[in-house]
Design a protein around this ligand. Sequence first.
Ligand code: COA
Length: 258
Amino acid sequence: MYTTLLTSLENGIFTITINRPNKLNALNKDVFTDLNTALDEIESNEEIKSVIITGAGDKAFVAGADISEFDTLNKEQAKALAKRGQDIFARIENASKPIVAAVNGFALGGGCELAMSCHFRVASEKAKFGQPEVNLGLIPGYGGTQRLVQLIGKGKALELLMTAHMIDANEAKELGLVNYVTTSETLLDHTRKILDIINTKAPLAVAGCIKAANAVFDESIDGYHLEIETFGNCFDTEDMKEGVAAFMEKRKAAFKGK
Ligand code: COA
């Protein structure tokens, strides 16, 4: 089904491994097509509760957009490429199920942008983050200028964008770009353990948290109003009734996503 991704589904966690290790998992057209299809699968398959995105091999998460596809592009084609990348990364950001990046190596350019479009990031001690586009006479095109500022603040973001400096996992954690730093061996287990916890919660409430948090960065939405609406809508769900009943009866809730 996928030519550039390996996928597996275990205990409700769908793991997507970007699989072009000889090119450090660079994002070419085929990877974008496959990611878009994977997002359809994530939204439609009820067995998928949450998602991990990682990279194949021991060197890279994703070392950027595939630079070899750049030299034939004119201005309009470049804009279309950026729009497609942004649209797919926006689908990740706005997915109704948690999508977490497990960053196992270089996350550069489009790779850092992909990681930033995920709901949060866990990094191995080998991870390196950066937006090196200015080295190529470019700026990030897949949302990187916006999300880096959102995640680490304008001053540090502009320093990284303008110097093209790479930062290691510990610095990324200090800046709030990643939540945890693990060894390479424990990266996926650590990420799965967090998702195992989230997967026990009410799926519609989890989706509501994502939607409301994203509203902070969307000027067309009043986030406080959206929170009121979403809070109210929860009272119409079976899961809210089950959650409250389970608390009163001192038992574990069994959520259905309804
Ligand atoms: N696009 C296309 N191919 C890429 C790539 C990218 N973004 N990043 C790495 N590759 C390819 C290399 O061309 C090389 O292919 P080859 O073996 O056929 O020549 C292979 O992946 C291995 O990369 P290499 O550069 O030999 O590894 P390295 O360990 O010496 O360096 C990096 C690692 C990440 C520092 C280096 O690959 C790099 O700078 N990549 C580009 C990063 C970048 O600018 N990303 C933003 C793009 S907008």
